[in-house]
Design a protein around this ligand. Structure first.
Ligand SMILES: Nc1ncnc2c1ncn2[C@@H]1O[C@H](COP(=O)(O)OP(=O)(O)OP(=O)(O)O)[C@@H](O)[C@H]1O
Ligand SMILES: [Mg+2]
Length: 223
């Protein structure tokens, strides 16, 4: 995993520079055309916009890769995992809309986990987004938190389309995705797993095709 981090940092760096050339070159070219060839402005605008949106997409992927590479430099502190999850649910509320009901089975006195709140937030966002994307129409997402000896166990169960046996063994692999181009980069669960490893926890998945998926996360309770 460490070498994957170094590799993605390297790739992100290599991509960023030429991406800036394209971004700035496109902006200058558009300005030039708008000044010198005003009669072509209307015709050429969709082309310039297409280049811009392509650049934005690549830049989004590069940002994800950078976060993935540098996460281990962040400081740790006491974290209340339930309130981190609450923040994520709140942030994603426009995506849950009225079609997905979020149910919570929380502990009334949750123990503290030693971790990086930003990274835990990032990890839960990735998992909740997958749950949302797996539910085509209406459904539920159940977030359950329990204690098992020295571990805090968080399970996130969605009533979505599930994962086939053939695919489930690959879901944590970098760039494995079953989503259409532009909808998934296949790095969400790779990042989630890396973050959980850095917190000395575990992540696993149970799924039934056409019934739903549960992601189980265990994090050591701070003693
Ligand atoms: N809750 C889920 N229900 C159904 N399939 C899932 C679920 N979570 C993950 N998957 C499967 O695992 C694959 C990998 O997930 P991952 O989050 O790593 O990438 P992604 O969602 O495809 O893209 P990204 O997260 O980078 O936008 C998904 O494409 C999907 O096939
Ligand atoms: Mg994802």
């Amino acid at each position: 995993m460490a070498s994957l981090g170094i590799l993605s940092a390297g790739i992100a760096h290599e991509i960023n520079n030429p991406l800036n050339y394209i971004h700035n070159g496109n902006a200058l070219l558009e300005q030039y055309v708008n000044e010198k060839y005003q009669f072509e402005t209307e015709n050429l605008k969709p082309l310039f916009d297409a280049i811009k949106s392509g650049v934005d997409r690549i830049s989004g992927i590069v940002k994800k890769m950078e976060k993935f590479s540098f996460s281990d430099r962040l400081p740790f502190a006491n974290c209340n995992v339930q309130s981190v999850i609450d923040d994520c649910v709140q942030l994603l509320s426009p995506q849950f809309q009225d079609r997905i009901e979020v149910k919570k089975q929380y502990l009334s006195n949750p123990p503290v986990v030693w971790g990086n709140e930003g990274q835990l937030h990032h990890m839960f966002i990735n998992i909740l987004l997958n749950a949302i994307q797996a539910i085509e129409f209406e459904g539920t997402v159940l977030i359950k938190v329990v204690i098992n000896s020295t571990l805090l166990i968080i399970s996130i169960t969605d009533s979505g389309k599930g994962i086939s046996e053939e695919h489930i063994k690959h879901i944590f692999d970098p760039f494995f995705t079953t989503k259409e181009p532009g909808k998934g980069t296949g790095i969400g669960l790779t990042i989630a797993q890396k973050i959980i490893n850095e917190h000395h926890g575990t992540i696993s998945c149970n799924s039934t095709l056409n019934a739903g998926t549960t992601i189980n996360i265990s994090l050591p309770i701070k003693t």
